[in-house]
Design a protein around this ligand. Sequence first.
Ligand SMILES: [Mg+2]
Length: 193
Amino acid sequence: MSNKSTFNLDFFLNLHLLFQMKSIIPDHEVNRLQDIQGILEKTDIEALILDIDQTVVPFGKIIIPKDICDFIHGLQPKYRMCFLSNFPHREDRIQRIRSIEEQAGIKAIFSQRRKPSPDAFRLALDELKSEPQNTIMVGDRLLTDILGANNMGIETVLVQPIDRRTDPLFMVRIPRALQGPYLKFARSIKKQK
Ligand SMILES: [Mg+2]
């Protein structure tokens, strides 16, 4: 992968969010996407923003596992949904996202600004014609999906990655290794307050 596609400048531009400890703590944690069913039933959520890599497909893969695809189809009559993806700068990546959209039957929003940038989440909310309080974000990464959505007041679900072995080393595997200890630390600070 090229540096342009993996380096997330917007993360560094939004580093201040890390100092608001509440921004890092997800409202919910689940093992797999399908586990959000129970959460949705208990809330007034009308719209879902879904991350793609490791939330609906293993990193870089093209075929959505059947159980996940069926689950997404099952939600469609009831919820407005979109994928939120960083702008893919290469034709093969655009084709990949187009295929994922087609399988899931939902649109992907391409953001020039990467998560956790508020601009990325605003784009998705505009697409869904939804307010943050009626929207839920599901993603596998604390420092992009959860940090950005929490900052916008969107309910958040941290999901376990589908297949860790497919994570690229530097920009994903290392931050993911730090994710657990950081979350523990943020929770301990919150408890003390
Ligand atoms: Mg992801």
